[in-house]
Every structure is written in C-alpha cells, then in structure tokens.
Design a protein around this ligand. Structure first.
Ligand code: NDP
Length: 278
C-alpha cells in the first residue's frame, strides 16, 4: 500500500509531478453558484485537486471558485479534458486555450483526452505532447483508454501518458488494466467512484460501514486509495464534500480489501469505451 497521509497527500506521476490522490469531481455540478460553491467548500476543507472538463460546461464557475477560495493557484491541481468533437491536432490546441480562458488560468496541472475517438486520438495525443512541451501543462493523460487503446497509442507516442482516468468502483475493477497501467507508469484514476450513487444500495457496504464506524462513501473511497487509485468523488453538497474526504483515520484490513475486490463483475454505469457513439 502506498503511503496515505491526508487530503493534501499526493502520488508521484511518471514525470515527477505530484498529483493529489483525492479530488473533487464536478460533472453535473451546474455552472454558476453551484459549482463555484462546491469548489470553494472543497478547497476550504483541504482538497487540492479539482476535476472538470470542457463538456461539463462549468469551467467558468470552477475558475471563480478557485479565485474566491483564496488558496494559492500553485497549490491546486486543476484538471480538464479535451472533448471528442475537438479532437485532432489544431483543434485540441485551440480547445486547451479555450478551457484556460474559461477557467481564467494560465496553465493546467493535467489535461486529458476525454475518450479514445477512433482515427483521431493519435493526432490528439501529438497535440497533447505539444501542449506539454510548449504551453506549460504540467502533465498529460488519457481517459477511458482500454489496454488496446493504450498499446496502440504507445506505438507512436513520444510521451507516455501520466494518467488514465477510468470508470472504477467495486463492480468495475478491471485489475488487468490497472496492472498494465502500473507496469507502464500510468497512474490509474477512478471516475464514478460512488457508482453515481448506486454504491449506497450494496449490503456489503452497509456491513463494512458499521464495522469501521465510517460512512459507505468513506469506505469505498478509502478502498480506492489503498489500491493506489486516485479518486474524485462528486458532490455539490457542503456536508458530503466534507465527509467524503474524511478517510485518513482508518485502514481497511486486507480481508476487507479482498471482499470489495471480489465484487468485480464488469458492470458499468457509464458508457463503454469500446462502444460509444458521441
Ligand atoms: P460519483 O460516483 O462521484 O457519484 C456522484 C453522485 O453521488 C452524485 O449524485 C452525488 O450527489 C452523490 N453523492 C456524493 N457523495 C455522496 C454521499 N456522501 N452520500 C450520498 N450521495 C452522495 O459520480 P460521477 O459520475 O460524478 O464521478 C465523479 C467524477 O468523475 C465526475 O464528477 C467527473 O469529474 C469525473 N468523471 C469523468 C468521466 C470521464 O469520462 N473521464 C465520466 C464521469 C465522471 P450530490 O452532488 O447531490 O451530493
């Protein structure tokens, strides 16, 4: 198990950049007050990592939250993603600049290729490499890349992606993909770590919450971190943002880690990276 200290703790990426292993997701947090408040509450609580994307339509509100928080820009790890219709070389560079403008920032800590769009993602990756080398993006990565997408990308990539952000929760572990990423120094990151809310329905989670005297969200998020997976639960509610991050005062025993691992059944709540039409 990697060393887990507190909400500001980090995993080192393959280029040496430190990525806070616990962040705030903002998909479906509405632009304006809702997302601005979520970002401010998270930063007040000690979160140092915010995950947005151009397609979420809330980069402006995220940027305002960052500014109003009073936390130093350099202490926050800001992530955005290039949307599918912007893939390609020139359009990725333009999309990056447009994201920066909406966020009102001069650089991103991590920029991701949101989905492996067939016939496009290699050109997109060349643009990501350009952004990394010339535009001050601190790290570049991908999202929703299965092993075959990564293998294909690596045949022409000059830079190995630093991160792969994937749907990940007890029903969708994809351990072989995690092992492949670990072997290739690609940090694995979880989206929908709370199964978009379905995690709360599982009896085993209720048992473990009782056993450790923690909430179901805290149990599953702690499992992510003990597996070495970066996690970005979404909430727009102050109390949940606070409570979700309270995962540094207990350790899941190896047998309980295994019980959660054993729930894996290849079940997705989001789209399939091998079969999406957007
Ligand atoms: P999550 O698994 O994080 O679940 C979010 C849902 O759980 C919301 O409805 C939230 O509601 C609710 N919730 C949060 N905390 C609690 C709690 N303690 N008790 C009860 N309910 C709770 O889903 P997401 O799909 O949002 O994934 C997280 C992040 O991952 C996204 O926000 C986004 O940043 C990223 N993502 C990336 C994708 C990609 O393709 N790269 C795809 C999807 C997500 P409420 O807000 O009301 O608290």
């Amino acid at each position: 198990m990697k060393n887990l200290t507190d909400l500001k703790g980090t995993f080192a990426l393959n280029n040496g950049v430190e990525m806070p292993y616990f962040g705030l997701g903002v998909y479906l947090s509405e632009d304006g007050k809702e997302v601005t408040n979520a970002v401010k509450w998270a930063l007040e609580e000690g979160y140092r990592h915010i995950d947005t994307a151009s397609i979420y339509g809330n980069e402006e509100g995220v940027g305002i939250g960052i500014k109003e928080s009073g936390v130093d820009r350099k202490d926050i790890f800001v992530v955005s993603k290039v949307w599918n219709s912007d893939q390609g070389y020139d359009s990725t560079i333009k999309a990056y600049e447009a994201s920066l403008e909406r966020l009102d920032l001069d650089y991103l800590d991590l920029y991701l290729v949101h989905w492996p769009v067939k016939g496009k993602y290699k050109e997109t990756w060349r643009a990501m490499e350009y952004l990394y080398e010339h535009k001050g993006v601190r790290a570049i990565g991908v999202s929703n890349f299965m092993q075959h997408h990564l293998e294909d990308l690596l045949t022409s990539a000059k830079i190995v992606p630093m991160v792969n952000q994937m749907e990940f929760h007890p029903y969708l572990v994809q351990q072989e993909l995690i092992d492949f990423c670990n072997k290739n120094t690609i940090q694995y990151e979880a989206w929908s770590p709370l199964m978009q809310g379905h995690i709360f329905e599982l009896d085993i989670m209720k048992d473990l919450a009782e056993k450790y005297d923690k909430t179901i969200a805290q149990i599953v998020l702690r499992w992510d971190l003990q597996k070495g997976v970066v996690t970005i639960p979404k909430s727009s509610k102050k109390e949940r943002i606070r409570a979700n991050a309270d995962v540094f005062d207990f350790v899941l025993a190896p047998e309980d880690m295994k019980r959660l691992d054993a729930l894996a059944r290849g079940k997705r709540f989001g789209p399939d990276p091998d079969n999406f039409d957007f």
